[in-house]
Design a protein around this ligand. Structure first.
Ligand SMILES: [Zn+2]
Length: 291
């Protein structure tokens, strides 16, 4: 006879399996169509390395303007365009607050592997954030699924919060699999004494205003050197944090923050802050946290 606690374990295992396998079992199905059928691909989390600026210009000739304050701010994104409806009606939106005590089910970290390599520095300011496009060939394997690193960019303050507290900044490493599925690694950034050496070259070329992509061939950036030593993460199913707020994005928010100097943070803030969407309700989603 099956005891009650066995049933609870079975349910928990099934829930983990469902979350872990997604989107492995869903290629080409509804969720992915939704994710990639949206117009423009203007979200910062949307990939297309090297194409951000062009996409703005080419999106049917009518890129809808949005911002982080006022009449075009986050509370109104869903009303600015029918393409942005998910910003208002979505039930699996990002970012979220990561409860200090780790809500949901505590599990060990699933197997993952970052195989990033150095790439030429290619940097742009798209009007919402500073983004570094990444040359092909850097991958992340997570739960047996491989994604390619397309770009990373920054938010100030952080978009994900921990126990209600925001960090000064957050980096988003945007990955895409061969089917177009997106996975974003969120990296919380706190202020430390020393400058972040792995980002020093990029910061020396940080655009102060909206500007086209600039590739500096004699300067390289090493995404692997930016990652913290501890690879454990919080995992949940979410969305782009910018319009069109498309859902179907797998989020991995690393538990260990990295540090940047006050001067580095201030330089980014002067260029692009504030550019954080407020946290969204978790609703019925699972947040899987390391134990
Ligand atoms: Zn982002």
């Amino acid at each position: 006879m099956i005891k009650l606690d066995h049933i609870a374990v079975l349910i928990a295992v099934a829930a983990i399996a469902a979350l872990s396998l997604w989107p492995l079992s869903g290629h080409g199905e509804g969720e992915h169509e939704e994710e990639h059928g949206d117009a423009g691909g203007q979200g910062e989390e949307h990939g297309n390395a090297g194409g951000q600026g062009e996409e703005h210009a080419a999106a049917g000739g009518e890129a809808v303007h949005w911002s982080y304050a006022g009449a075009e701010g986050p509370e109104h994104w869903g009303d600015l365009s029918p393409d942005f409806a998910a910003c208002k009606t979505g039930r699996m939106q990002s970012p979220i607050d990561i409860a200090a005590g780790a809500s949901g089910l505590a599990v060990g970290p699933p197997g993952h592997d970052f195989a990033y390599r150095e790439a030429p520095l290619s940097i742009l300011h798209n009007g919402h954030t500073v983004q570094l496009n990444y040359a092909p060939g850097s991958t992340m394997s997570i739960q047996g699924h491989q994604y390619e690193l397309l770009q990373f960019h920054f938010h100030a303050p952080s978009e994900h919060t921990v126990g209600g507290q925001a960090f000064p900044m957050e980096a988003h490493f945007v990955h895409q699999d061969s089917h177009g599925g997106l996975a974003v690694v969120g990296l919380l950034i706190e202020e430390g004494g020393a400058a972040n050496a792995a980002l020093a070259d990029a910061w020396a070329h940080l655009p102060a205003h909206e500007s086209a992509e600039q590739t500096v061939t004699d300067v390289s950036v090493d995404a692997a050197a930016i990652l913290p030593a501890d690879g454990r993460y919080h995992h949940y199913k979410g969305s782009l944090t910018t319009p069109p707020c498309s859902e179907g994005v797998r989020w991995f928010v690393l538990s260990q923050p990295i540090t940047m100097s006050a001067a580095q943070i201030k330089k980014f803030e002067a260029a692009a802050a504030p550019n954080a969407r407020p946290v969204q309700p978790l609703n019925s989603r699972l947040l899987i946290s390391p134990n």
